[in-house]
Ligand binder design. Structure first.
Ligand code: 5GP
Ligand code: ZN
Length: 124
């Protein structure tokens, strides 16, 4: 059983990726956040931003996570440009955050998808 305040869940795929125990193609990292390319991209640019601490989903958030979530949202546009998305407004990017089974979440470690690049995309 995992909790919102848990630092790391040894059985969690994205905790293992953030720790470097499973390889990934890094986009960005710092003390709180890690970003890496999605293994099955929907778009020419498709990466994920995750908190290093294990948070299962947005449903687990409380006020103590406000700054962390704000950092993810302000980091996303910067990394989108860095990874090759064209500038807003003719370019741009899409942010998706799936939560729970009916929300389409498959990996239960909070993650924000950032997708962009020239269309058509393979999905979306
Ligand atoms: P969700 O459906 O939970 O919002 O998205 C999970 C995402 O994680 C999917 O887009 C999937 O392709 C990606 N993913 C799953 N396993 C791995 C992995 O081992 N490495 C990487 N880089 N991405 C993964
Ligand atoms: Zn985790």
């Amino acid at each position: 059983m995992t909790t919102a305040k848990q630092l790391s869940d040894p059985s969690c795929l994205f905790c293992k990726i953030a720790a470097g125990n499973i390889p990934s193609r890094k986009v960005y990292d710092d003390d709180e956040l890690y970003a890496f390319h999605d293994i099955a991209p929907w778009a020419p640019v498709h990466f994920l931003i995750i908190p290093r601490m294990h948070i299962a989903s947005m449903a687990s958030l409380d006020d103590s996570h406000s700054q962390l979530m704000g950092r993810i949202m302000t980091l996303a546009p910067r990394l989108a440009l860095q990874e090759g998305c064209e500038p807003y407004p003719t370019g741009g990017f899409r942010i998706v955050c799936n939560n729970g089974a009916q929300g389409g979440q498959e990996v239960h470690h909070l993650h924000v998808h950032v997708m962009g690049g020239p269309r058509p995309w393979s999905r979306g």
